[in-house]
Design a protein around this ligand. Sequence first.
Ligand code: SF4
Ligand code: SF4
Length: 257
Amino acid sequence: MLKSLARIIKTGIITEKSIFPDLNPENRGLPSINKKAWDEIGKERDKSWVELCPTGAIDILQRDTTAELTLDLGRCIACGLCPDISPDGVIEKNLSSQTSVNRRQDLVLSTRESEKQKNYSKPPENIFKRSIAVRVVSTGCSACDLEINAAFNPIFDLERFGVQLVASPRLADILMVTGPVADGMKKAVLRTFEAMPEPRKVIAVGTCAISGGIHGQNNYASTGGIDSILPVDAYVPGCPPHPWSIIHSVLNVMNNR
Ligand code: SF4
Ligand code: SF4
């Protein structure tokens, strides 16, 4: 805060010049797999630390002579536990803010494909030009919505890319959904999507919208992620995701990274 104030006083400008900087080290970021460390203990069979993940996002699959470690960022609520408790640093913090992907499966990291996290899916064809409108439907705890709001504030300034929030789905090109698909909100989400003109895109913002997150994938009141009822074009992991990551997903969908 003080740094920001000093910058405003000095330059009169608050908007960040560079986009997608790495997060500050005090942030938890998202976890990632350290393949080198895993290779050194590749026959590790102790799963006790894995079972401490509150959403079951980590798994160890036993293969003939080796073991495969998987980490599903689409289920991770970024509690920050696993980098501290994993043996020999096999899970580490990832402070990149460029975390959105176009395909759900690209959120599942594995020791068999250690670089997957960096292989962001290619954006789809450029169907939008420089100006698009976003409608948000919130079915979650609202923290993701606060980060979406932050993405539009003068610091991150998503509007500089020609992106605006709109109140009516009739004006929207992109539907952002936050939160799990609660039964009570399913109809509202579907009606919002149906009211949007084509071409239209859907972004799942946050772990709840991707997989149900802490609420689980299927329970008496919800059916988990938004892709269980709508086609999703970008996924932004995190609980909640950082504003830069949300901006990354919008530019990703706009084919403008
Ligand atoms: S940071 Fe994510 S993967 Fe690690 S323990 Fe927490 S929820 Fe599980
Ligand atoms: S992902 Fe986290 S912050 Fe976002 S709606 Fe779910 S619980 Fe809230």
